[in-house]
Write a protein that binds this ligand. Sequence first.
Ligand code: HEC
Length: 308
Amino acid sequence: MTELINVNYQLGVARLRDAAVSLCFAGLPAIVLADAAEDFYISTIESIVQSQCIVCHVAGGQADAGGADILFTNDASANYVAFKGYVNTPTVGARADRVLSKITGGSGHGGGAVLSQTSSSYEAIAKYLELIVEGDDPAVNKVLRVFLEEPVSGEIHAGVGNLRGWAVATDGISKIEILVDGAYAFDAPYGGARGDVGGAFPDVENSDESGFALAYAYSLLTAGPHTITAIAHTTLGETLESSADFEVVKFASDFIADEQAVDFSSGSCSLSPAEISIVDATVEGSLYDVVLKWRTAAQGFEFVEIRP
Ligand code: HEC
């Protein structure tokens, strides 16, 4: 029993749909921006392009003859791709300012001043350029989240319990590393069913199979404070971590193999609403005072104090 027990743990059960999940994905709305840019192009920009630009910016037109990199057709979707491609070359947003300058007659625009800076068409193009840039910014657009749910930060753990959480990434999760007190311990099995996480990240592929979970022998750690960290690695090599500081309580042995070794008959017991306190319980021949507390997450009583 000095090893971890890896269990095939299905985490879809209702009790795990705790508040923690819903707290951990601030910043999601950015995901929709790529579509917002296209919608805005079709609804507002295409008509400006057709009325103000295409006369020159078309194959064989004045701008084509002048060597312009930005030409349009009568296909709105293709025009969206062409406009966006121009603005995002060589990097996201690189030529946004150039567009604004050219259309107002700056930067030696071959077509002169097409729009005034105070016109609604100019404002619309400026807004469109912002949408393109935000929607294509990988830092805004991509999702990478990891959350270690158990051990629970600030709580007390004893015996063999769960070590579990979830991780999602737009680029896919390649592995979950577990560190105990800062040192690498093992990789956690990843891919357990998490319908709740899937519901929270509908745009991230496989987010409904984003759980990691195993049985973990907290009793192998020393009594006192510890930290466990889960590091999620994406397939592109990005990492993000989630940690929990908790405390371990334990009997002298890491694992009590003898079934007769625990004897409470010598002890006395007192009860409070959520706790059972036992004085002078015998465990492996030694006397302990212990406290058991009701734990919602575990749906059972767990040791929160073990005193020799
Ligand atoms: C009367 C003709 C004409 C009109 C109308 C016109 N342009 Fe141009 N545009 C040109 C020519 C010619 C060039 C090539 C010379 C240059 O780089 O300015 C050009 C170049 C550009 C460039 C630089 C392309 C590059 O290769 O970097 C941008 C951006 C641009 N135009 C945007 C627009 C937009 C947007 C509109 C509509 C709002 C528009 N233009 C309307 C003639 C026109």
